[in-house]
Design a protein around this ligand. Structure first.
Ligand code: PLP
Length: 429
């Protein structure tokens, strides 16, 4: 008999390109059929055929307090009854701006948008307007959403023009984007020495969660901060994934480095579409209606979405929330590392706050090139074995994983038992 899942996927492919509304959901990297879900509660998910999973994707980060948290759901229901949207200011937006400024003080002023893509795209526009410069610097393996200027890969050498990494992006747009290697301080210094005064901004994931998990070297982040200050370039921390997840104050609080601008998304909407960008007041004042940089949004600051975010941010301010989340996530990676060792499988893993990375390699990678060298075949075997046993991991060796406050010791033990089986299968190949 064909499963409900299979039927949905086949029909979806007729009407939706690839059957999905975002490419990573398509399981192209691991093979097989994407799972269609109908329910989530806490750390658990149920698919359309009724199978249960422990969720380590958490909607790619937002569900940090677990699925369908009663406080979030009831707040959303209550506010929805007063209309879904006004297209005019509300007190909720002030509440959100106040809270962002309290938790991430480098965000002296903030504007709300509806996605991480919008946040980074807008932050870059403001940085360019503020500096009057065009060049944008980013790092290989970091993802900052899908706006044209960011779908760019490195040209043939340092300082050559960037090339589009997607069809449909004009070469002229890509030409302004320079891509460097993550954690390569030397390369960064060379670029600034040659072209520092042409750089409008540098955008970076301060902990990378979009090429699996890659942790920054402290001296790299420090050099980045110093070079941007020296040359008047705007340093943008893209904390869409790390914000409120690696620490209550984001990666900037964890590492003690203050960016000029920050972008937020994911956790800030608690599962509904919210993004934010903000930073130094002198930069943010370049935005319309005060300044000459245009940016707008019909649903920006939407009351229902902002309420889901506010309620989530209230919950994560509980005492020791992040300490407990980090300890739980570390426990997960530690037990997986020992299980792999016992089975004789080459494997490493690490965590930062509530984010983790699993790698089929001797050591945790620290650049895109190193991530590319991990054993993808073993990852795919691991992924499918775990999925079969009811553990839902990111469907690619190039995605980080996420733990929520709802994950229990029992969930971690269940995951470990499934992993032992998966590692044994890999070892006996
Ligand atoms: C997810 C993500 C984005 C894009 O956010 P969307 O809401 O998917 O547009 C941007 N930057 C980082 C670091 C992300 O993880």
């Amino acid at each position: 008999m064909t499963s409900a899942n299979q039927t949905l996927f086949e029909k979806s492919q007729q009407l939706i390109p690839g059957g999905v509304n975002s490419p990573v959901r398509a399981f192209r990297s691991v093979g097989g059929t994407p799972i269609f879900f109908k329910k989530g509660l806490g750390a658990k998910l149920w698919d359309v055929d009724g199978k249960e999973y422990i969720d380590y994707i958490n909607s790619w980060g937002p569900m940090i307090v677990g699925h369908a948290h009663p406080d979030v759901i009831s707040a959303v229901q209550a506010v929805a009854a007063n209309s879904l949207s006004f297209g005019a200011p509300t007190g909720l937006e002030l509440e959100m701006a106040t809270l962002i400024n309290k938790l991430v003080p480098s965000m002296e002023q903030v504007r709300l948008v509806s996605s991480g893509t919008e946040a980074t795209m807008s932050a870059i526009r403001v940085a360019r307007g503020f500096t009057g410069r065009n060049k944008l610097v980013k790092f290989e393996g970091c993802y900052h959403g899908h706006s044209d200027a960011l779908l760019v890969k490195a040209g043939s050498g340092l300082l050559t023009f960037g090339e589009p990494s997607s069809a449909g992006v004009p070469a002229e747009v890509a030409a302004h984007t320079l891509t460097l290697e993550y954690n390569n301080t030397q390369q960064l210094k060379e670029l600034f020495a040659k072209a520092g005064d042409e750089i409008a901004c540098v955008i970076i994931e301060p902990v990378v969660g979009n090429m699996n998990l890659v942790v920054p070297h402290m001296e790299f982040l420090q050099a980045l901060r110093e070079l941007c200050t020296q040359h008047g370039a705007v340093l943008i921390f893209d904390e869409v994934m790390t914000g409120f997840r690696v620490h209550l104050g984001g990666a900037q609080a964890l590492y003690g480095i203050k960016p000029d601008m920050t972008t937020l998304g994911k956790v800030i909407g608690g599962g509904l579409p919210v993004g934010a960008f903000g930073g130094r007041k002198d930069i943010m004042q370049c935005l319309a209606p005060l300044g000459a940089v245009y940016q707008a949004g019909t649903l920006s600051g939407n009351p229902v979405a902002v309420t889901a975010g506010l309620e989530t941010l209230k919950l994560i301010q509980a005492p020791d929330f992040h300490t407990k989340l980090a300890a739980k996530t570390k426990k997960l990676v530690d037990v997986l590392v020992s299980a792999a060792k016992e089975a004789g499988v080459v494997f490493s893993a690490q965590s930062v706050g509530g984010m983790f990375g699993l790698y089929f390699s001797e050591q945790c990678p620290s650049s895109f090139a190193e991530v590319m060298q991990t054993n993808k075949e073993n990852f795919n075997l691991f992924f499918h074995s775990m999925l079969g046993d009811g553990v839902y991991l990111g469907p690619s060796a190039f995605e980080a994983g996420f733990v929520s406050a709802a994950h229990t010791d029992e969930d971690i033990d269940f995951t470990l038992q499934a992993a032992k089986k998966a590692f044994l299968a890999i070892a006996s190949r």
